[in-house]
Ligand binder design. Structure first.
Ligand SMILES: C[S@@+](CC[C@H](N)C(=O)[O-])C[C@H]1O[C@@H](n2cnc3c(N)ncnc32)[C@H](O)[C@@H]1O
Length: 222
């Protein structure tokens, strides 16, 4: 898979990509991620990318030209263009899973007051990462990228995300590590038993219990 991210703040994104599981996935050629500065595509002599909005109002608006030119330069017949916006479809794990099937993603990050409305015509999908407003789309693009990359074949072991929260409309089961007793809080005995069948049953029960307590809406969906 290839992911191109269009942003006005490439360093913010690059810093995250240079760490941990994503860094390893890139090094192992499981994904190619390129971060592009929208400003590089501006035809303005001062590399201007935004302007005041028509009709007045606060904040600067991203101009269409640099973003259209960037998408034109990067898009192929196998590309899917994702626009980060709080007005988009609320993002969830099943969307992440579906996006792993794509060959090429182009992710557009807005900033300031937002982007010129005509930029929406470039998008195959508009995505929101939640009902709140961020300063820019950089964090949203990283949320999307991270959630997809960890699901790609070979990035982490299949078993590691098999029971992840939301995979089967269930939250994940509780996990423990050493010590067995910490400040009087004990690790459940079943996990120390070495009895794989019992551990599996316990985990399933805990998943159901947790989901019922914390996210009953997920159970209604399943
Ligand atoms: C300050 S926001 C603009 C919000 C816009 N005025 C509105 O209310 O719809 C600037 C940019 O941040 C990104 N952004 C902000 N919140 C987001 C969210 N919840 N999900 C995805 N992107 C978001 C978008 O790219 C947006 O264009």
């Amino acid at each position: 898979m290839k992911i191109d991210i269009l942003t006005l703040f490439p360093e913010v994104i690059q810093a995250y990509l240079n760490e941990s599981i994503i860094k390893r996935a890139i090094q192992n050629n499981l994904v190619t991620i390129k971060v592009h500065n929208i400003r590089d595509y501006s035809l303005d002599s001062h590399k201007k990318v935004d302007d005041y909005g028509f009709g007045g109002g606060q904040g600067m608006v991203l101009m269409p030209q640099p973003i259209f030119d960037a998408v034109d330069a990067l898009r192929t017949k196998n590309s899917k263009v994702l626009l980060m916006t709080p007005q988009g479809k609320p993002y969830h794990q099943k969307m992440a899973k579906a996006l792993t099937k794509e060959q090429h993603l182009i992710i557009i990050c807005g900033h300031y007051e937002g982007f010129d409305e005509r930029i929406r015509t470039l998008a195959d999908e508009e995505i929101s990462i939640g009902d709140y407003v961020l300063t820019g789309g950089e964090l949203a693009s990283l949320v999307i990228t991270d959630s997809i990359v960890r699901l790609l074949d070979g990035v982490i072991k299949e078993e590691s995300h098999e029971y992840d929260s939301f995979t089967e409309n269930l939250l994940d089961y509780p996990v423990y590590t050493r010590p067995v007793n910490f400040r009087g809080m004990e690790v459940p005995e079943v996990l120390l038993s070495g009895h794989h069948k019992n551990i599996e049953t316990w985990r399933k029960q805990e998943q159901l219990k947790r989901t019922k307590e914390r996210r009953p809406d997920l159970l209604e969906k399943s």
